[in-house]
Design a protein around this ligand. Structure first.
Ligand code: MSP
Length: 490
C-alpha cells in the first residue's frame, strides 16, 4: 500500500496577524498537496500555531488580553487568512492543545530516559523575537530591547553529543536538505562545533509554556514544545504515528538551524526516525528587507486580492520566487506576471477558443481522438506533473512547465491557424484544444484554485487527473472571465 506523504508547514507564532511571508510557506505546501490530490496520491498536510513562549506572552499583555484569549484570536485570524487563499490542511495543530502538551512531555521523558538532559545554569543573551539563544560574548552590547540577558537555572540538552552523528547523517544523506546551499550551511554550522543548549526556563519568570515533567518549577523552551508538534499531531507516542512519519518539513531560511540541527538531534536522542527532507525557502522582501511584523513593512495583499482575486496573488507569489532564494515584491512585476501569464496566455486562450466556437454557431463539440502531437503533449505534461507529485524539489520545474505549456498551446493555435479551417476540422481542433485546456487546468489547479473550480464546472469534470482525462462532449457555454487584467491606476 502506498504510504501517505506527510508534509508540514512551520507553526506560526501567535503574536501577530499573518502576512505574505506566512502565506508563502502555506502556499508552497498547499501547491504540493493539490498536485498530489490531482494524482489521487495519499497525502496529509499539517499546519497550525506556535502559542507558547515569551514573545507570544508579551504580545498578549501589550494588547490587553490573557495569553489564552489572545492565541485563540490570532489562531482564528490565521485560519481565516489561509481559507481566503485556499491553503487547505488536514490538521490544524495548536501547541495549547492538550494532546500536544502530553506528547511534548512524553518526548521530554524520552530524552531524559536516554540520558540527554541535565540541569545547570544558563548565562547569556537571548533574542525574544526569534526565541533564540545568541552565541555572543558576555560583554556584547545589545542592539535592541528585544535582546535580554538571562542567568537562570534550567535544563540543558546534550546537543554536543550529536556532532559526529549529525555529520555522518548528512554525509550519508546529501539530499536531506533542499536546496543544496542550505545543506552546505547546515553542515558548516555543525562543523563549527555544537554546544549544549537550554531547553527550559523557571516558571516564576515565565509560566506560559508546557510544564517540564516532574519539575513544577520549570516550563519547556518554546522551540522544544513547538518542534514536537510534527509528532504530536499524528498521534505520537502511539504507534499510529508511524502511518505518516517521517515527514517532509517546509520552512523559511530563518528557522533552518532549528530544523536541520536541533530537531534532528532531538529526534536521534528520543529514538525517533529522522524526517525525510527539510525544504528551505527564502524570504519575501520589501525593497531589500524581510517583510515582517517587527519592521511593519507588510505588502497590502488584501487590497490586491480585492482588486484582482486571490488566484492572482497566489500565482504571483508561487511563480516569482525560485524555491530557496529571496524575492522582492514589486507592483510592476505583479502586473506583468498576472497580465501576461494568467490573463493573456491562459484566460484569453479560453476566450479565443470558446469565442471561435460561438462565431461558428457551434454549441456542442463532440468527443474525438487527439492528434499524435496533442496526445503526446498531454502524456508528457501529465508525466512531468506526476514526477513533481513524487518529488517536491521539482517545484521550480513545475512552475516553468506551466509557462511552457501555455506557450505550446498558444503557439499551436497560431501556427495551425485553426480559424481558417473548414468547419469539421475546426470542430475537431477546438475539441482537442479545449480538452487539453481542461487537463491543464486540473494539472495546474494548485496555482489557481478559484479558476480551476470554475473550469471544472465549465467542463463538467472533477479536479483530478482521472476525471479530466475522460473524453466527453464539450458544451460551449457563456464565456468565462477568469482573471481581471491588472492596471496601472491601482
Ligand atoms: N514559530 C516558529 C516556527 C516553529 S516550527 C516548529 C516561527 N514562526 S513565524 O511565524 O515567525 O514564521 C513562520 C514561517 O513564516 C517561517 O517559515 C518563516 O520563514 C516564514 N516567514 C515569515 N516571514 C517571511 C517572509 N518575509 N518571507 C517568507 N517567509 C517568511 O518561526
Amino acid at each position: 500500500m502506498e504510504k501517505t506523504k506527510y508534509l508540514t508547514t512551520p507553526i506560526f507564532y501567535a503574536n501577530s496577524n499573518p502576512h505574505i511571508g506566512h502565506l508563502y510557506t502555506g502556499l508552497v505546501c498547499d501547491l504540493w498537496r493539490q498536485v498530489n490530490n490531482v494524482m489521487n496520491s495519499s497525502f496529509f498536510l499539517s499546519s497550525g500555531m506556535d502559542e507558547h513562549g515569551q514573545k507570544v506572552f508579551q504580545s498578549a499583555q501589550e494588547n490587553g488580553f490573557s495569553a489564552k484569549e489572545y492565541v485563540d484570536k490570532i489562531s482564528g485570524h490565521f485560519v481565516d487568512f489561509f481559507a481566503k487563499y485556499h491553503v487547505r490542511y488536514d490538521y490544524w495543530v495548536r501547541t495549547t492543545d492538550e494532546n500536544h502538551e502530553k506528547a511534548a512531555q512524553y518526548f521530554w521523558t524520552q530524552l531524559e530516559k536516554n540520558g540527554y538532559i541535565y540541569k545547570s545554569t544558563y548565562k547569556g543573551w537571548y533574542a525574544i523575537s526569534d526565541e533564540n539563544y545568541l552565541d555572543v560574548p558576555a560583554d556584547y552590547e545589545p542592539t535592541s530591547p528585544n535582546i535580554v540577558w538571562r542567568e537562570e537555572d534550567c535544563y540543558f540538552f546534550k546537543l554536543s553529543a550529536f556532532q559526529e552523528k549529525l555529520l555522518k547523517h548528512y554525509e550519508e544523506n546529501p539530499d536531506a536538505v533542499y536546496p543544496r546551499s542550505r545543506y552546505n550551511e547546515t553542515v558548516g554550522f555543525i562543523k563549527q562545533g555544537l554546544k549544549d543548549f537550554s531547553i527550559s526556563r523557571p516558571k516564576d519568570r515565565l509560566d506560559w509554556g508546557i510544564p517540564v515533567p516532574n519539575d513544577e518549577d520549570q516550563v519547556m523552551y518554546v522551540w522544544i514544545d513547538a518542534l514536537t508538534n510534527y509528532l504530536s499531531l499524528i498521534g505520537y507516542p502511539d504507534d499510529v504515528y508511524h502511518e505518516k512519519w517521517p515527514a517532509i518539513h517546509v520552512v523559511g531560511k530563518d528557522i533552518l538551524k532549528f530544523h536541520t540541527v536541533y530537531w534532528q538531534a532531538l529526534l536521534m536522542a528520543a529514538g525517533v526516525e529522522l524526517p525525510k527532507l527539510v525544504v528551505v525557502h527564502g524570504w519575501w522582501l520589501n525593497g531589500d528587507r524581510k517583510i515582517s511584523k517587527s519592521l511593519n513593512n507588510a505588502i497590502d495583499i488584501h487590497g490586491l486580492t480585492e482588486a484582482y482575486g486571490g488566484d492572482s496573488v497566489r500565482y504571483f507569489l508561487l511563480s516569482n520566487m525560485t524555491l530557496g532564494e529571496d524575492a522582492s515584491f514589486r507592483d510592476e512585476v505583479f502586473q506583468t506576471c498576472v497580465n501576461s501569464m494568467l490573463s493573456n496566455k491562459f484566460g484569453n486562450l479560453l476566450l479565443r477558443l470558446t469565442g471561435l466556437a460561438q462565431n461558428k454557431g457551434i454549441e456542442v463539440l463532440e468527443r474525438c481522438d487527439l492528434s499524435e502531437e496533442l496526445q503526446d503533449f498531454i502524456d508528457k505534461t501529465s508525466k512531468s506533473v506526476n514526477d513533481f507529485a513524487e518529488d517536491i524539489t521539482l517545484f521550480d520545474d513545475y512552475i516553468r512547465l506551466f509557462a511552457n505549456v501555455l506557450d505550446f498551446l498558444n503557439n499551436y493555435v497560431e501556427s495551425h491557424a485553426i480559424w481558417k479551417l473548414g468547419v469539421d476540422d475546426i470542430r475537431k481542433e477546438l475539441y482537442s484544444l479545449l480538452y487539453c485546456f481542461k487537463v491543464i487546468s486540473v494539472l495546474f489547479s494548485g496555482l489557481f484554485p478559484e479558476a480551476s473550480l470554475k473550469l471544472a464546472g465549465y467542463f463538467d469534470c472533477e479536479i483530478n487527473l482521472k476525471s479530466a482525462l475522460e473524453h466527453k462532449d464539450i458544451t460551449i457555454k457563456e464565456s468565462l472571465m477568469l482573471f481581471p487584467r491588472v492596471t496601472n491606476n491601482d
